[in-house]
Write a protein that binds this ligand. Sequence first.
Ligand code: PPS
Length: 345
Amino acid sequence: MLFKQQPLLTQKLFVLGSLAIGSVLYLVARVGTLDRLQPICPIERRLPPPEHEQIPLRTLQFKRGLLHELRKGNATKEQIRLHNLLQQLPQAIIIGVRKGGTRALLEMLNLHPAVVKASQEIHFFDNDQNYARGIEWYREKMPFSFPHQITIEKSPAYFITEEVPERIFKMNSSIKLLVIVREPTIRAVSDYTQVLEGKERKNKTYHKFEKLAVDSGTCEVNTKYKAVRTSIYTKHLERWLKYFPVDQFHIVDGDRLIADPLPELQLVERFLNLPSRISQYNLYFNATRGFYCLRFNIVFNKCLAGSKGRTHPEVDPSVVTKLQKFFHPFNQKFFQITGRAFNWP
Ligand SMILES: Nc1ncnc2c1ncn2[C@@H]1O[C@H](COP(=O)(O)OS(=O)(=O)O)[C@@H](OP(=O)(O)O)[C@H]1O
């Protein structure tokens, strides 16, 4: 009825308009369907521009799939060329501290789609023989990555090795440096426990922690003992500060990374200028291990190796107190320099 009452021109316009709107709706629906029908990570598809905010889900899929293959050396030169994959020098390094939780930090950061990790400790800057092999040797140790991703490696010996700050500075003076620390006495005992286990594996005997940590002659803390020296964080940091400004460092609370990792990881994401992508979904507490483990997706989970989380030996409480008192002034200085204070005794 309504249609019949309209003049001819209006009727024609109505029909044409309906056709146009219909076509547009059809195209929108079709494109949407096609997009969904595409494989998540089609091998021949170019990636979006190198902006962290645009990291698509398919990058994550790609990372877990093809990149995994790349690391095993299974990628063809064609795939590397097609995806503009690079072996990039690290833009951030976890420089220490030994037994601070460096492995957990690296693995957890690797949950982020814009991060790739060097799986092994490379020991490029602290080992003279490796360093003499040159920067291209170091680059070849890095995983393949997209141009917009950042590469991270960890070698905890870097933090305490004299030559390292200058060498890293020569490679990249604006590199971001991550230092993960634990309460110094606990860290020292953890360090001791690792060495003790190595000795026991070789059926060798080893001194008790108390004997190593305290000088039996003076009854003072034995600062020649490496596990003690490593825990004097401020001494090592001061050497680094001759080369890098303090805002190029980010201090991670290793004790909190054990107890509640997500907030620490979010601070690191911010420091690395990455959008916040690691979520509680990616971290779940494994009661058997007594630690948080990693969840990449519904099928792929992993906990750190059994060499992490060893049972520490009981230490004489008077030695613990002595060490805590010894570390106290160094800790205060460390807090003052870094602007990050912890609830250590
Ligand atoms: N999620 C998770 N899983 C397992 N272990 C964890 C985790 N987070 C932190 N940690 C703690 O990491 C400590 C080992 O530190 P590092 O990886 O820096 O050790 S090493 O220097 O590379 O040998 C290790 O120290 P110990 O417990 O003394 O063995 C762990 O307590």
